[in-house]
Design a binder for this molecule. Structure first.
Ligand SMILES: Nc1ncnc2c1ncn2[C@@H]1O[C@H](COP(=O)(O)OP(=O)(O)O)[C@@H](O)[C@H]1O
Ligand SMILES: [Mg+2]
Length: 1108
């Protein structure tokens, strides 16, 4: 909700002077002072803003403040220049009314600052965008440029505007700025050549010298030292708080933003430098033959440099400072200038040069900031003109300035009253005429075309003959003597004859703002503003880009013999234009007041303020405003503000606002003469009435505040209570839910338990019943079974008894029969019975024996020696026979399963047993050893490949044997091979055949009875093999070798049976002699091995350990 405020809220003193009660000058000033002391520098008189210069920066011009005042009604917030700017801008934008902001006040009162604040506010609130921002920036940046060239330090203001400025800012229909036009009024050019004590020349001179780079200064032929220049006042060259160097940079920058070209800036600076140089040119008198003194330039160096800067010819200028050409009616008269005239000419040139440069700058800025020609622009004009000035000595400038202010006051009165009047008419309120001082009479005194002071001055200036300030004053004294506001000692009005405050060479004007004494001296000259034609022509000729534009009258082609318009005339003309312009616009006033003369903050000099209040006509302003109605307000805000004072309008009024206000006023019993109803506003005549309304409102607000507080507290407590209640319900609900859930769970589990018990009980009951039933059934069955059993048993018993009875009868009968038969056959039985019983018994025993034997038969292994024990002694023979038969049968069975090879092996083994069993001790150990035959694996072993291939028969036996050396009984390893036809001995290492004996050549083999492996192969005498003698060999496989040899010999067709000679002593035929080999049982000294020793030539003794 937007909070409606009013300027009446938190007001310090009275925000609007119209409401001042009682209204007097004292209360007016006291109110200003009160507000000033509280930093409230702005106060309204209706819609006029009074601005007090605070001489210090206040925090009320921030962007936040801009936002605060933006789009708010004028009286809504405390007085502020922004409120005025906003009002003006909005009515320009929304109501399509051209506006002008008129800022008045004396020098140093803050007009220029105010104008800048207005511009900056408008810039801040108007449209945005790249193009718009550029325009805004250019408009704002025109200020520093103009201030540098047009402002100067004066005793009243360190930054005093020495020209009048009116700036039209142009807007489009949306309120976006398009551009602007600046008009300047009467630059105080006398300042260029001379400054009053304590004041400075225009800022730019100091800025240039302080801020320009050395390079620039060198180009401009300038020296940084101020004291080198006559035109610069030295006593106040440096100003506190003014940084000329920094400002120079600002100005350069601003010029660039505004759109000055670099060469333009350079040209401008050259002219500034030229003015400074010009001031340094000095003259000396030179006596001429006609007795007159002619002026000559003292030191031509400055002239030379100046000419270089301007591009003029030195001689031309030099001449122009010594001679003057007057042209009249095609006649040229050349007169010489004396030193004073030369100085006058120099200064006139400097002043003209500078003021024209200034005007050129304004034109140039306008070129940059001018808006594109469009059908319709809305315009806001800001007028910042020099204020009313009263010095000790006032001259032509003050006269002109004060005239301007007079005109502004005129327009102020006119427009304010007219506006007031128009409002009453607009609102349909009766208008009563108001008495006020109209300064039109003073304006008339000055500007009247026939006998106005300015007209008189012009007349004097244009009049032929000697014209001096005195003749001018005389004229005034004659013509204006009767005027109420003109005072002069010499006027015809006798009342001033004795007025000593009025010197003879002066006249006094009673301006609206006070009496000002003007010294007539210089009026004529300044009005003429004469620049010798020689000088303007010299300037025109200068080779400088700006000079032709600045001195157009110097163009020899356009020599105009008519005098140029006088300064007064020009000013009057431009003021007239300005006034006409302003009159077409809606005025907004800012009236600036200076609180003290010391440029100090916090000091409020009553007398000074009082003076300003008087001459600004502020009291009259208030009175005029109050003459009708002191206060007015639109119906809506009025009703909004006071509706709480009446029950019928509070809190809401449904009808039209005006009716609401009428009801309100009637209810409040406000006297009817105290107010009037306009079309859209209610007008309140007396501030008192307003204040009483305000007071009642304040009281009511307090009550309302209490009421609101009460209701709010009530509401707050109730909401809190409701919240608590709601929370409690929620909590309770949750708790109940929780409790019920628990209860439910408990009941559920209890139910389950009970249910389970019941079910259990029921089940058990059922079970019991079932069991009982079953038992009953079983009992029935049992009983019936028992009964049936009993029955059956009884029946059985009966049957048995019956059968027994029958059996007994049968038995008895059989016994009786038996007895009868036995008695019959007893005699037969005794003869044959013994033999038959015996046979039968024997038969039975045999039967039992055989059947028993069948079940206790031993295994089928031929080596199984077991056999059932004999059962009866009388079966001994049968038993052993059966054992043998069974063994034989078993062996047969065993044999029948033999393969041919196995059979051969067994045959060999059998043969071995036939040969050696019980004949040689070694045999026993050989039984369990299988006969392998080829121990060397001769066919597979690659070592014996050659040997094997030498054999033409299949090798039956291959083994390593020891060939016993006859000489020492030691053995040499030999390979022993047996084939079907022969025995071969070969070297064990090389496999070379040592001896091959065909089997038929073998006669016998000799072995010992003992467990050694010695054997001798004896050869047939006379055979080819026998040449080398018999072989005595030893082998571990002796039994096998001999057996195989025996078998092979037996199978060979052409050989005889090989004899096996087993004895412990046999002869061996070695090559030449026979040696006896004798085997003896060796003692333990021989160890476990068989040793063979030669005992003598004929005996080899072999010792065989008994254990082997
Ligand atoms: N609103 C303001 N806030 C702070 N200082 C101000 C304000 N208005 C004026 N001044 C001070 O007063 C001086 C003179 O103001 P200025 O506007 O130049 O006066 P005028 O144009 O009326 O001669 C300024 O340089 C500035 O120091
Ligand atoms: Mg100013």
């Amino acid at each position: 909700m937007e909070v409606k405020t009013s300027l009446l809220d938190n007001m310090i003193g009275v925000g609007d002077m119209v409401l001042l009660e009682p209204l007097s000058e004292d209360s007016f000033i006291a109110n200003l002072r009160n507000r000033f002391d509280h930093n409230e520098i702005y106060t309204y008189i209706g819609s006029v803003v009074i601005s007090m210069n605070p001489y210090r920066s206040l925090p009320i011009f921030t962007p936040e403040k801009v936002e605060e005042y933006r789009n708010r009604n004028f009286y809504e917030l405390s007085p502020h220049i922004y409120a005025l700017a906003d009002e003006a801008y909005r009515s320009l934008r929304d109501q399509d009314k051209d506006q002008c902001i008129l800022i008045t006040g004396e020098s140093g009162a803050g007009k220029t600052e105010a104008s800048k604040l207005v511009m900056s506010y408008v810039a801040a609130v108007c449209g945005k965008g790249q193009e718009v921002n550029k325009v805004k920036e250019q408009l704002l940046q025109s200020n520093p440029v103009l201030e540098a060239f047009g402002n100067a330090k004066t005793v009243r203001n360190d930054n005093s505007s020495r020209f009048g400025k009116y700036m039209d800012i142009e807007f489009d229909f949306k309120g976006d700025p398009l551009g602007g036009v600046i008009s300047n009024y009467l630059l105080e050019k006398s300042r260029v050549v001379k400054q009053p004590r304590g004041e400075r020349n225009f800022h730019i001179f100091y800025q240039l010298l302080s801020g320009a780079s050395d390079d620039t200064l060198k180009k401009l032929k300038l020296d940084r030292d101020f004291s080198k220049y006559n035109y610069l006042s030295l006593d106040s060259a440096a100003v506190n708080g003014l940084d000329d160097a920094a400002n120079f940079r600002t100005v350069r920058n601003a010029m660039q933003i505004v759109g000055f070209m670099e060469d333009e800036v350079q040209s401008v600076l050259e002219l500034v430098a030229a003015v400074l140089k010009l001031g340094n040119i000095e003259f000396k008198p030179e006596s001429r033959c006609n007795g007159n003194d002619e002026s000559r330039i003292k030191d031509k160096n400055d002239l030379k440099e100046m000419c270089e800067l301007l591009g003029t010819e030195q001689t031309v200028l030099e001449r122009a400072f010594s001679y003057r050409t007057v042209e009249a009616k095609q006649e040229k008269v050349c007169t010489t200038l004396n030193v004073a005239q030369a100085y006058y000419a120099r200064d006139a040139l400097a002043k003209n040069l500078y003021s024209r440069l200034f005007s050129w700058l304004v034109t140039r800025i306008n070129e940059s900031i001018k808006a594109a020609p469009k059908s319709r622009h809305k315009v806001m004009g800001v007028l910042d003109i020099y204020g009313f000035e009263i010095f000790e000595e006032n001259s032509f400038e003050q006269f002109i300035i004060n005239y301007c202010n007079e005109k502004l006051q005129q327009i102020f009165i006119e427009l304010t009253l007219r506006e007031e009047q128009e409002e009453y008419i607009r609102e349909g309120i009766e208008w009563t005429n108001i008495e006020y001082f109209n300064n039109a009479i003073i304006c008339d005194l000055i500007e009247n075309h026939q006998n106005g002071i300015l007209a008189m001055l012009d007349e004097e200036c244009l009049r032929p003959g000697t014209v001096t300030d005195e003749t001018f004053l005389d004229k005034l004294n004659t013509i204006c003597a009767e005027h109420l506001h003109f005072e002069s000692r010499l006027s015809k009005s006798s009342k001033f004859l004795t007025d000593h405050s009025l010197p003879h060479n002066c006249f006094r004007i009673q301006h609206y703002a006070g009496k000002v004494l003007y010294r007539a001296e210089g009026f004529v000259d300044k009005n003429n503003d004469l620049l010798y034609r020689d000088l303007s022509q010299a300037m025109y000729k200068a080779n400088h880009s700006l000079m032709k534009q600045l001195f157009p009258e110097g163009n020899p082609a356009k020599v105009n013999l008519k005098r140029p318009p006088t300064a007064g005339f020009q000013f009057r003309h431009s003021v007239g234009t300005l006034m006409r312009n302003l009159q077409t616009k809606n005025p907004n006033y800012i009236r600036c007041i200076k609180p003290n003369d010391k440029k100090a903050s916090h000091i409020f000099t009553d007398s000074l303020v009082c003076h300003q209040v008087r001459y600004l006509g502020l009291m009259e302003n208030v009175r005029v405003r109050r003459a009708g109605y002191a206060f007015r307000q639109a119906y809506e805000p009025c009703l909004e503000r006071y509706k709480m004072l009446c029950k019928r309008t509070w809190p809401h009024w449904r009808g039209p606002a005006r009716e609401g206000v009428e009801v309100l006023m009637a209810d409040l019993t406000v006297p009817t003469e105290e107010f009037s109803y306009g079309r859209s506003k209610v007008f309140i005549r007396n501030p008192r009435t307003l204040f009483s309304l305000e007071e009642r409102r304040r009281q009511c607000l307090q009550d309302l505040a209490t009421l609101i507080q009460k209701i709010y507290r009530g509401w707050k407590c109730r909401s809190h209570f409701l919240l608590l209640k709601k929370s409690q319900i929620v909590v309770a609900a949750w708790f109940r839910r929780y409790a019920q859930q628990n209860k439910y769970k408990r009941i559920k589990s209890a139910t389950t338990v009970v249910q389970s018990y019941t079910r259990g009980w029921q089940a058990r009951k059922l079970l019991r019943e079932l069991k009982y039933q079953k038992r009953c059934e079983e009992a029935v069955t049992t009983i019936s079974a028992y009964w049936h059993g009993t029955q059956a048993r009884m029946e059985l018993r009966r049957l048995k008894q019956e059968a027994r009875n029958i059996h007994a009868v049968t038995v008895i009968w059989a016994y009786w029969q038996g007895t009868k038969v036995r008695r019959e056959y007893r005699k037969f039985f005794r003869a044959n019975a013994g033999k038959k019983i015996y046979n039968f018994t024997i038969q039975r025993i045999m039967q039992k024996y055989f059947l028993g034997l069948k079940s206790t038969m031993p295994s089928m292994s031929p080596i199984d020696k077991s056999w059932p024990v004999k059962p009866y002694l009388f079966l001994d023979g049968v038993h052993s026979d059966l054992r043998r038969i069974f063994h034989l049968w078993r062996c047969k069975k065993y044999r029948s399963e033999f393969t041919e090879e196995k059979k051969a092996v067994f045959e060999e083994k059998l043969e071995a047993s036939e040969i050696f069993k019980d004949k040689k001790a070694l045999y026993a150990s050989s039984v369990s050893q299988p006969f392998i035959g080829d121990y060397l694996e001769i066919s597979k072993n690659p070592k014996y490949q050659k040997l094997n291939s030498a054999m033409d028969e299949k090798v039956l036996l291959a083994d390593v044997v020891n060939k016993i050396n006859r000489a020492n009984g030691k053995g040499t390893a030999r390979i022993f091979l047996l084939t079907k036809n022969s025995v071969v001995l070969a070297d064990q290492k090389t496999g070379q055949v040592k001896a091959s004996v065909p089997l038929p050549d073998l006669t016998s083999v000799s072995v010992s009875t003992q467990s050694d492996g010695f054997f001798a192969l004896k050869l047939k005498e006379g055979s080819a093999s026998a040449i080398k003698g018999d072989f005595l060999l030893s082998s571990e496989h002796l039994i096998e070798i001999i057996t195989k040899l025996h078998r092979t010999g037996a199978t060979a067709a052409d050989s005889e049976q090989l004899n096996i000679d087993i004895s412990d002593e046999f002869l061996v035929q070695f090559k030449h002699d026979k040696v006896c080999v004798k085997f003896i049982q060796g003692g333990p000294k021989n160890g476990n091995s068989v040793s063979c020793k030669r005992k003598n030539n004929r005996l080899l003794e072999v010792s065989v350990p008994s254990t082997v």
